[in-house]
Design a protein around this ligand. Structure first.
Ligand SMILES: *[C@@H]1O[C@H](CO)[C@@H](O)[C@H](O)[C@H]1NC(C)=O
Ligand SMILES: *[C@@H]1O[C@H](CO)[C@@H](O)[C@H](O)[C@H]1NC(C)=O
Ligand SMILES: *[C@@H]1O[C@H](CO)[C@@H](O)[C@H](O)[C@H]1NC(C)=O
Ligand SMILES: *[C@@H]1O[C@H](CO)[C@@H](O)[C@H](O)[C@H]1NC(C)=O
Ligand SMILES: *[C@@H]1O[C@H](CO)[C@@H](O)[C@H](O)[C@H]1NC(C)=O
Ligand SMILES: *[C@@H]1O[C@H](CO)[C@@H](O)[C@H](O)[C@H]1NC(C)=O
Ligand SMILES: *[C@@H]1O[C@H](CO)[C@@H](O)[C@H](O)[C@H]1NC(C)=O
Ligand SMILES: *[C@@H]1O[C@H](CO)[C@@H](O)[C@H](O)[C@H]1NC(C)=O
Length: 478
């Protein structure tokens, strides 16, 4: 009984592992765009490769065995028909085939037959090459994407060889007897070459990081949480998407909830970002002690009718100017708990439980504690993408001030609450909304950019559907 219970527990922890907080989905449109880029890259690569030497021995009845070597084989022309690429559900990967590829090559030939050595140049045309390669995608122990060749078949339709120089005029008529062998040798070299490139790509993948430093305070973990998931017309990757404080390294006391990212075949990519990711960043800043600020009178706009001094506070806290006449004040504002984001259809909500400690600044700069207020606020925002920029707006839904402790006796907070609320709306939010209306350019890398992006806030996550433009780098897609 107990062993089977243990097995059930182990199985459930494996199958109900961590939920991904970030989901990335490649649609068939994206795959076809990737293929288009890849075709150009392969064509460039083919134009510039030096092929391995080919050597062997031919037995020709009247001569005996002639040993030959083809060296310095280079491609002079390559006619690469558009390959086909599709999601390959059999192995969770891609299947690529190209058919009717023709290549013209040139190189040097050498033969030796007993003590007779001979050599010259040759032109080689390879016709109707068909190659089908399937790659399988997986996840390694560290959560990196990995890729292996699942299958490869290659077939060469025909070859035509013209030899020049040396005694070529004598043996050219015999070419038809051994070209089948050469065709086979070329055929045998195609798949190992394809597999070598897949291996190189895997090597690049193994060098990618699954954790990134975001700024001095925060890092983000993005390993795969599950194996890549393949549907008939899309490939999905689930990433951990957890921010953490580089100082405390603590996991947040909440978990990512599952969500379903709707597929939009009209866009190349879909991206889903769960509220967990936003809340882990919030928790990271909070646990690093960064969600606090000191406010002094120089930060209050000079035009403000109220200033941070005990005299100016008189109308709100009558006893204050009597106890501490004519002193400047300082406020320490901090979060009591990590602010919580919640994503709801069409809106992002933020709850902020804060506190304000007020001090009087004595002439000898000593800070005398005065009182502590709890300030609880709720904001709601909208986000959208417009003209390649992420825009938004924020409004304050609720704000309350309550007296939590006081060294100067009790006082009413209602008037102060109205004052601070007005200050936040007029000062902070109006500036923030100006910035949000202007928007932020969507993140772009020096070789890729998102275009035609659409953003929608859904229950528990933000979805972005987008096309992309990629400029391949000289060294390929790495
Ligand atoms: C072609 O290959 C040669 C030698 O490998 C290299 O020096 C050259 O930069 C390559 N050219 C291109 C366009 O990749
Ligand atoms: C996928 O696997 C099935 C059964 O193993 C096989 O019949 C089918 O031909 C495979 N599909 C492709 C495209 O190879
Ligand atoms: C990925 O790596 C894991 C662990 O090393 C291995 O078991 C798996 O076969 C690999 N999968 C692919 C597709 O390379
Ligand atoms: C990967 O992480 C290591 C250590 O954190 C860093 O030195 C390296 O530059 C990173 N590589 C990339 C490609 O970001
Ligand atoms: C207020 O704080 C700022 C920044 O911390 C500082 O530069 C300024 O001198 C302070 N002003 C007063 C009056 O303490
Ligand atoms: C306190 O603020 C008032 C304006 O509200 C200003 O007139 C007064 O000079 C300030 N006092 C000190 C000590 O800064
Ligand atoms: C600064 O002044 C206050 C009030 O006058 C006094 O209580 C405190 O001891 C003084 N502190 C120092 C370090 O002189
Ligand atoms: C504002 O917050 C207070 C206390 O946090 C709560 O009692 C009140 O219902 C909230 N009002 C609105 C409109 O949400």
């Amino acid at each position: 009984m107990l062993p089977s219970l243990v097995i059930v527990l182990v199985l459930t922890t494996f199958t109900c592992g961590e939920n991904p907080a970030i989901q990335v989905m490649l649609t068939n449109k994206g795959l076809q765009y990737g293929k288009h880029l890849g075709t150009g890259w392969i064509q460039d690569k083919l134009r510039n490769i030096t092929l391995p030497d080919i050597s062997g021995g031919i037995h020709i009845s009247i001569f005996g065995t002639i040993h030959y070597t083809f060296t310095g084989v280079t491609i002079v022309q390559c006619d690469l028909p558009e390959p086909s690429v599709q999601f390959y559900t059999n192995v969770t990967g891609f299947k690529t085939s190209v058919s009717g590829l023709s290549i013209a090559l040139t190189g040097e030939w050498r033969t030796h037959y007993g003590i007779i050595h001979d050599g010259g140049s040759f032109n080689l045309a390879i016709f109707n090459v068909d190659v089908t390669s399937a790659v399988e995608l997986g996840k390694d122990a560290d959560g990196r994407l990995n890729v292996t060749s699942a299958s490869c078949t290659a077939e060469v339709g025909d070859v035509k060889i013209d030899f020049h120089g040396g005694a070529s005029r004598i043996f050219q008529p015999f070419v038809k007897y051994f070209k089948g062998r050469i065709r086979g040798q070329i055929e045998d070299k195609i798949c190992p070459t394809v597999e070598q490139y897949i291996g190189e790509f895997e090597h690049h993948l193994q060098a990618t990081n699954v954790s990134f430093q975001v700024n001095q305070a925060l890092a983000v973990d993005v390993p795969l949480t599950n194996l890549p998931f393949m549907a008939a017309s899309s490939l999905s990757l689930g990433l951990k998407g957890e921010f953490y404080s580089t100082k405390s390294h603590a996991d947040p006391p909440f978990k990512a909830q599952p969500f379903t990212l709707p597929e939009q075949p009209g866009y190349m990519l879909s991206l889903g970002l769960s509220e967990f990711t936003a809340n882990s960043a919030s928790y990271g800043y909070f646990s690093a002690g960064l969600l606090q600020a000191l406010i002094n009178d120089s930060m209050i706009p000079p035009s403000s009718p109220v200033h941070l001094n005990t005299t100016s506070m008189g109308p709100f806290i009558p006893q204050l100017p009597k106890l501490f006449p004519d002193l400047l004040m300082k406020l320490q504002v901090y979060a009591r708990e990590a602010p919580v984001f919640s994503f709801q259809p069409g809106a992002v909500k933020l709850g902020f439980l804060g506190a304000v400690k007020a001090f009087a600044v004595q002439p000898n700069t000593t800070l005398t504690p005065l009182f502590k207020l709890n300030s609880d606020s709720a904001f709601s925002g909208k986000m959208w993408v417009d003209g390649g920029r992420l825009k938004g707006s924020v409004a304050m839904d609720n704000f309350t001030l309550t007296l939590a402790a006081s060294e100067v006796g009790t006082f009413q907070t209602a008037a102060l609450e109205t004052l601070v609320k007005t200050g936040i709306k007029m000062g902070v939010l109006s500036k923030l909304n100006e910035k949000l209306a202007e928007g932020f350019v969507l993140p772009r890398m020096h070789y890729a950019q998102l275009v035609n992006s659409v953003l929608k806030v859904e229950e528990g996550f933000v979805a972005v559907w987008s096309d992309a433009v990629v400029w391949p780098t000289e060294s390929g897609f790495n």
